[in-house]
Design a binder for this molecule. Sequence first.
Ligand code: PLP
Length: 351
Amino acid sequence: LKRKIIIHSQPFLDSKEFLYLKKALKENCLCCGKYVQIFEQKFAQFLGRDVVCVNSGTSALHLTLLAISKRKKRKILIPTFTCSALLNASFYVGLQPVICDVNLYDFSLDIEDVKRKIAHDVNCLILVHPFGIPVDVKPFLELDVPVVEDCAHTLGAYIKNKMVGTLTQVSIFSFYATKFLTTSQGGAISSSDKKILNQVRDLREYDKKNNYKIRFNYKMSDLDACIGLAQLEKLEEFIKKRKNLASLYTQEFEKIKNIEIPRVYYERDCLYYRYIIFLKKGKVSSFIKIMHERGIRVERPVFKPLHRYFKLKGFNSAEKIYNKSVSIPIYPALTLKDAKYIITQIKKVLS
Ligand SMILES: Cc1ncc(COP(=O)(O)O)c(C=O)c1O
C-alpha cells in the first residue's frame, strides 16, 4: 500500500479565493489595478503603514535598493543563511554584497560580524526576520546605515509589541505560493517615507510616463491581488494554526533526547514559518533521506548558505546551523493526522 507524500510546504486555498477571482474575472479585470489597490489598502491597514505591491519579493527588494541607494556607496551587507534572492537584488543594482554570518541564537545577522565588516562605503543592510522569528532591529539601527527589513518569512509577528515590517524605514514582503500569505507570486514594499514609496510606485510600471528612465514591469496583477485579499482574511487563522502545530510538535519532541527544539524568546511572538529541529546525532542528509522514504518531505531550512556559492570561509555559525538543522512540515493545510504521523516517524527514527 502506497502512502501519500506529506510535502514540506504548501498554500491553504478555499472557496474565498475562488469567489474573489470569479468576481474579478466577471468584471474583465485582470490588470486594471482595482483589486491591487484594495489589497494595498487592506494590507496597509493590517500593517499600520503604507505599502506598494509588486509581482515578487525579489522585485520588492530590487526597487527598494534602487530607491535607497546612494551612488558612492557600493556595498550591501546581507546574511548568509537565507535565500539567493538577496544576492540577486544586490547585483541587479550594482551593489557588492558583503555576506555576513548569522548568530546561533535566532539565525539572523550576527551583529559582531556586521560590525567587523561595516565600512564607509556600505550603502545599506538587509535584515531578514528568519523562519517566522522576529528579530530585534535596535543594534542594527545604531550602525547608522539604512536597514531594510526582509519580512518574507515573518508576516504579522510582534517583537516588544511592535509589528515586524514597521521597525525600520523600509521593509519588504514576499507573497510567493508557500509564504505566510500568498498571492501566487507577489511582494510588497512598506515604508514610513513617502518619497521611497512614490519612487517604487513609479518604477514598478513603465507605461504612460512623461519622462524616460529605466522602469520595470513589476506590477501585481488583479488576479493575484484577489488571492491576496482572500488570504488576508484568513491570516489570523493561519497564524493560529501554525502556532498550534508548533506547540504539538514541541510537546512531543521535548521527550526526544537526540534533538533540539525551537527556542522560546522573551517578548518575541514567533510565527513558525518553519519549525526547525537540530539533530544532536547523525547527518542531516541521511535523516532527510529516511524521512523521504517514510513519505515525509523534510528539508534543510535554506538550500545553501550564500557564502558557499563563493567558497568563502569564516562562517562558523551558519555552517553549524546548516550541518545540523532540519525544517519539518508546518503549514495551515497540514492535517492533525499528518502532523501526528510526522511525530511518530520522527520519534521512531531519532529515539
Ligand atoms: C528572505 C527572503 N527574501 C526574499 C525572497 C524573495 O521572494 P520571492 O520568491 O517572492 O521573489 C525570499 C524568497 O523566498 C526569501 O526567503
